[in-house]
Design a protein around this ligand. Structure first.
Ligand code: SF4
Length: 193
């Protein structure tokens, strides 16, 4: 009888490396949406995630080969969309952005180059903040470019659909820059619930 997995996978530090896993593919790109963070946002969904949380909101995007390749043309389009005055920023989701750092670093560096800090960057991740602190240089570099991180696996036992921007109560909305500076998790100041 096949074993039924009821918990997400738990990697050891540096076990999952983008250089070994990422196919540099994306599941979707959604410009001008209102749901993936604060304000109007352009959202990139990268392909591939090994956490395999039961109840994952985007099972198809767990496959690293799902979707289509990330291209220079798409990056140019995202930059053009972000240039609209009513767009607050970029959101990275998945799949798992931190095992697709080739894609996400390229895009985040370009956003900072073109817009400085006038556009914000949000990212979702299955890693907890503490796990990321023990992770590889590429993951930490990506983190350094992000403003707001929603951290942690989706846990069905802690599911709560009334929470802002997250599906289970273990997940946190973290102010990344303040947290890095203070060397401890600082929660987003606009958190309501
Ligand atoms: S971390 Fe997110 S994308 Fe990955 S399996 Fe869990 S819910 Fe799905």
């Amino acid at each position: 009888m096949p074993r039924i997995t009821r918990e997400p996978n738990n990697p050891t530090p540096k076990e999952w490396m983008a250089k070994d896993l990422s196919q540099k593919r994306i599941a979707d790109y959604k410009p001008f949406n209102f749901v993936d963070g604060e304000g109007v946002r352009c959202s990139l969904y990268v392909s591939g995630c090994l956490f395999r949380c039961p109840g994952c909101y985007n099972v198809a995007a767990q496959d690293f080969r799902y979707g289509k390749p990330y291209t220079k043309e798409l990056e140019d389009q995202i930059i053009e969309d972000l240039g609209q005055s009513y767009v607050q920023g970029l959101t990275l989701l998945g799949g798992e952005p931190f095992v697709n750092t080739q894609v996400c670093l390229s895009l985040c560096k370009r956003v900072r180059k073109e817009f400085g800090n006038t556009k914000d960057i949000w990212s979702w991740t299955g890693y907890s903040w503490d796990e990321l602190m023990k992770e590889s240089d590429d993951k930490l570099e990506l983190l350094s470019l992000i403003d707001i991180l929603v951290d942690g696996r989706f846990l069905q036992a802690k599911k709560d659909l009334s929470l802002q921007f997250r599906g289970s109560s273990n997940q946190r909305i973290i102010d990344v820059q303040k947290s890095l500076k203070e060397k401890k998790v600082v929660i987003w100041e606009n958190l309501v619930k």
